[in-house]
Design a binder for this molecule. Structure first.
Ligand code: PMP
Length: 302
């Protein structure tokens, strides 16, 4: 397939290319060691960025959050920031992704299995992959809105650190799928929504005020959440950073979720009950439309 962004570069016959610990490899040959601590202990952190028009969206903010996750777990940087940014751009470029996402995972490294950190720090492991998305499908989904289910938040107390320990999220999203919904909202012990299985949760009150939970150790501080707050401020919308209950969400004027893969996705159903008239809200769709006016876009390598 010809690359519209780079006429000279054609798609590898075997499909996708991954960066694995210093090498660019076809997926069929892309492996990590059996004693990689990410594999055995989920001792690894990650980031996922949107790719749009061949550019990585909000890369600086994603790499800032990666640094915070690494620092929180006393993990080393796999390479300098400019080098890492280059490899990310290169993986997107080599995979000819125009619309989709890029994923990077940094782990504590490979060592004989033992729970505490290895006495001598190891070279961190680094894997970067990119995948194509379907932009038309994403738009159709946003215009239709999604359903969410709610379930108890059974995750650990530091979900602000973006670790690959995602089993509760996997189970929650599977439960959502089995219920015919797209996302699951986690509910804390006091009955308040924390966030989605892979997104932050928002409502719009009857007065048109945007509400999303304040950043804390109980949620992942989403990069898209930060961008939407920027858009809201530029648009002069009122924002309250506070908790909300499922009952408040069900009687809200609008509800939506934000994430790098979906940007802004209206929520039209919560546990089978419609939100407002059961159609995507105009504020959510406007925030979605305006998001990329303010977001940073870093072109992939050509
Ligand atoms: N919360 C969780 C649990 C997530 O997995 C994600 C997606 N990475 C988000 C929130 C949204 O974060 P972002 O906007 O940075 O994708």
């Amino acid at each position: 397939m010809a690359n519209p962004l780079s006429p000279g570069r054609t798609k590898a016959p075997n499909g996708r290319i991954a960066y694995v610990n210093g090498r660019y490899l076809p997926h069929a040959h892309a492996f990590v060691h059996i004693e990689d601590r990410g594999y055995q202990f989920a001792d690894a952190v990650y980031e996922a960025c949107e790719v749009r028009d061949g550019a990585i969206i909000d890369l600086t903010r994603h790499l800032d959050r990666l640094d915070r996750s690494l620092d929180a777990l006393q993990m080393l940087r796999p390479m300098s920031r400019p080098a890492l940014a280059f490899v990310i751009r290169e993986v997107v470029g080599r995979n000819l992704v125009s619309y989709g996402s890029v994923y990077l995972q940094v782990g504590r490294g490979v060592a004989r299995r033992d729970h505490p950190f290895p006495a001598t720090p190891l070279p961190p492991s680094l894997v970067i992959t990119a995948k194509h998305g379907d932009r038309a499908k994403a738009e159709t989904q946003a215009n239709a809105g999604i359903g969410v289910i709610t379930l108890p938040d059974n995750r650990w107390g530091r979900v602000d650190i973006k670790t690959v320990g995602l089993l509760p999220n996997v189970l929650a999203k599977q439960a959502a799928r089995e219920a015919g919904a797209r996302e699951a909202w986690f509910i804390d012990a006091d009955g308040y929504v924390t966030e989605g299985g892979s997104s932050n949760a928002w409502i719009v009150t009857a007065e048109g005020v945007l509400v999303t939970r304040q950043a804390s150790t109980a949620i992942l501080s989403g990069i898209t959440r930060a961008g939407v707050l920027d858009v809201a401020e530029a648009a002069g919308l009122k924002v309250e950073l506070r908790r909300f209950t499922v009952a408040e969400a069900k009687s809200a004027r609008e509800a939506f979720v934000t994430s790098a893969s979906q940007i802004v996705l209206p929520v039209v159903m919560i546990d089978g009950d419609p939100v407002a008239n059961g159609h995507p809200g105009t504020i959510a769709l406007n925030l979605r439309r305006r998001f990329h006016d303010v977001a940073e876009a870093t072109p992939a390598t050509k």
